[in-house]
Ligand binder design. Sequence first.
Ligand SMILES: [Zn+2]
Length: 281
Amino acid sequence: MFSTKDILPLTLKNLGVKRQLAVQTIILHWPDIVGNDISLQSRPTSAKNGVLFVAVKTPVWGHHLSMLKEQLLAKIHDYLGQKLLADIKFYAGNFSNYANSIEDEPKFGVKLRSVTLSNAQCMEVKEIAHAVNDSHLRYRLQRVMVKDKKRRSLLLQEGWHQCLTCSALCPPEEKYCTSCAIDNSRRRREEIRRLLADAPWVGYIETNSCVPCTRTEYMRSKQELIQSLLYKIDPNNPNTIDISTLAMLLFRIMPENVDHENIEKTLRFIRRNRYVFAPRR
Ligand SMILES: [Zn+2]
């Protein structure tokens, strides 16, 4: 297999083009980079701000691969001959549940072949590919870019639209692409955790009126906060604020209702659960 090491940088003056090429290279050569076993279970879909987004078939694989993240990053950078990525984010789920579902329909390939690109689009592809010296890679890169442009045209025809925050396309019923949706959800959960740390007794409806979120996000944020307190609190020498916060979270009680009995119950909860969950990495 050829390497992109020699071909990538020098002629590419524009960093944006360089990144685009690198991302296309990762997507195109994923099986070569990570090997067959991993590539059958995962698929890189996009990159943003140095973060590569990889769809994985099952949560188990997502977990497994995030343990191998550093090794995967090293493999990718070895392959590219340069460090372009800071992180990889895995999102779990059946491939077909995500942005590619429409592309798994058998007629998608037929439709794709019927799309013709405009002259301007063809020129753009040629300009980017022109910078690549290796003729084999140039050919493959052109094919990937043409396919990507056709795919975008077709998806737009099918009612897909641009994500509200980036240039990726998403289905009519979604506002954001998968990677932005993950980002947004992570930010919302952070906000909810902050809110709950200040007002641990607050339920979903009240939370939702301050930080619009789904019930699942509320539950998950609460669980995350409970777990972090679980590890922070030493049951033999508990910090008063932390233990009261945990009691209020667990029993959904206001500060004035925290009493000796609640605190004792909370301490038992800590002792019982501390070693049950794996520590957060
Ligand atoms: Zn987006």
